[in-house]
Design a protein around this ligand. Structure first.
Ligand code: CMP
Length: 139
């Protein structure tokens, strides 16, 4: 059965370009409820931990440097079928391959600086939610 939460991060590129508002508006209009949210900055160590699954990939160092380069917005979002529906809303990892009207098509510059993160499974949504938020920070 599909789970009802996903974890997103509005990445440093989108924050720098003042896209927090427009991205949250799209998330809101797509019917997601905000369970938890924070404006924060990942250290290199924490960014490396978050993306540890990609440790062996050629882009890992670049990814860690980028994700710790500036503030992000992290949020747990709730909706029926949250993981899949959110991935549809954000579009393909590579913005040049993302569908029209998706967040990455509208706001991302490249595969590395791709504006937003979205969990890829219910299991990872739970792990990533726990990475950023305690129980007391969820409503
Ligand atoms: P995200 O959905 O946050 O999950 C892993 C991230 O790795 C992905 O978005 C991209 O930003 C990044 N990524 C994936 N492939 C590449 C690549 N070929 N070059 C640089 N970064 C990548």
């Amino acid at each position: 059965m599909a789970g009802n939460i996903t974890l997103t991060m509005i990445k440093p590129d989108a924050v720098k370009k003042n896209y927090i508002g427009p991205i949250l508006k799209m998330i809101n209009e797509a019917g997601f409820r905000i369970v938890a949210m924070k404006y924060t900055k990942l250290s290199k160590e924490k960014a490396g931990e978050f993306y540890a699954v990609h440790k062996e990939r050629s882009f890992y160092g670049e990814l860690v440097d980028f994700m710790s380069s500036g503030p992000i917005v992290a949020a747990i979002l709730e909706k029926e079928n949250a993981v899949e529906d959110f991935r549809k809303l954000i579009g393909a990892t590579d913005p040049s391959k993302a569908d029209e009207g998706t967040i990455r098509k509208l706001y991302a510059a490249s595969i590395g600086e791709n504006a937003v993160h979205g969990s890829d499974s219910d299991e990872n949504a739970a792990i990533e939610g726990d990475f950023h938020f305690s129980k007391l920070e969820r409503f």
